[in-house]
Structures are given as C-alpha cells and as structure tokens.
Ligand binder design. Structure first.
Ligand code: SF4
Length: 78
C-alpha cells in the first residue's frame, strides 16, 4: 500500500476564513483541521489513515492549493 501525502501550498491557500473552509467541509471522513498561521487558517490532516482518497479537497480548492499523492487515476496531472 502506498503512503498517502497531503500537501498544502501555503502560499496559494487563501485560508479557511476566505474560502469558507471548503476542503474540510468536503472531506467525507472529516479529517481536515485548520491551523492558524499568521492569521490564516491553513489545513492539515489529523488522521491520514482515514483518508478515502477521493481527492475532493484537491479538486475543489478554489486556488488549487492542495495536492494529494498518489495522484487520482484519470484526475489532474500534477
Ligand atoms: S487549501 Fe484551498 S480549500 Fe483549503 S483552506 Fe486553503 S484555499 Fe480553502
């Protein structure tokens, strides 16, 4: 089984207050939490082993700040 990586580009992320926390709201197992970094709430994963690999966070982030590896079959190519 390959290891799942949840990668956030903190420069691109506009923060949960600005985007409405889409990545956490769309996550089926609800494992995305936000950490305040200089007033910007950026996502992090609490229990990566519960990740369902649906790539919803990656595909729905308005600024494409999230990359989930390994890539989704037939999905966006990073
Ligand atoms: S990663 Fe994207 S969806 Fe998640 S808080 Fe940042 S801007 Fe919003």
């Amino acid at each position: 089984m390959s290891e799942i990586q949840f990668i956030v580009n903190k420069e691109l992320c506009i923060g949960a207050n600005a985007c409405g926390g889409i990545c956490a709201r769309i996550c089926p197992p609800d494992i995305i939490e936000y950490i305040d970094e200089d007033g910007k709430k950026v996502p992090c994963i609490s229990e990566i082993e519960l990740c369902m690999k649906d790539h919803g966070c990656q595909n729905n982030c308005p600024v494409k700040a999230i990359t989930v590896l390994p890539p989704q079959e037939g999905g966006r190519n990073f």
